[in-house]
Design a binder for this molecule. Sequence first.
Ligand SMILES: Nc1ncnc2c1ncn2[C@@H]1O[C@H](COP(=O)(O)OP(=O)(O)O)[C@@H](O)[C@H]1O
Ligand SMILES: [Mg+2]
Length: 156
Amino acid sequence: MRWRCRCSQAADTAAAGEDFAAALVPGDVVLLTGALGAGKTTFVQGVARGLGVAERVTSPTFTMVRPHACRRGAIATLWHADLYRVRSLDEVWDLALGELVEESAVALVEWGELAVSAFGRDAWTVHVAVDDEDETRLLEAVGARAGDDAPGRWES
Ligand SMILES: Nc1ncnc2c1ncn2[C@@H]1O[C@H](COP(=O)(O)OP(=O)(O)O)[C@@H](O)[C@H]1O
Ligand SMILES: [Mg+2]
């Protein structure tokens, strides 16, 4: 499936993430793509809110991957990764995201294009595009599971 959501301010990007969280199940990997400053971290902050993460979520640029405990639903842990500093696919494999999500977890991966060949068609991709004229963001989610209904403010 393919869902879209137009976001005219940062709060909308976060709210789209919060709605998107409802579609996630344990084991899901979400590859986030889009330019620096597009809104990837903002989206993850919304997903975290949807999953009941209590602490503030910031970009894990220096640690590359960071766990957040979730207090709502079947997902126990949100792993937030940022591949901005990754130089090779070997480093992506070393993070072992596929294994991390096996324990009732999901992974959201900023600069996820670097991990496409590691996860292929099993992962979601969420692309964040910035409109040149008015700075609004167009979010496009391409999903692992066919037939899921678009959650909340997303449209099919
Ligand atoms: N829909 C939006 N409209 C305007 N600004 C946005 C929108 N979504 C996010 N932003 C802003 O864009 C900036 C960069 O967001 P961030 O999530 O850090 O981007 P990234 O992680 O992709 O580098 C932040 O100041 C954020 O508030
Ligand atoms: Mg970021």
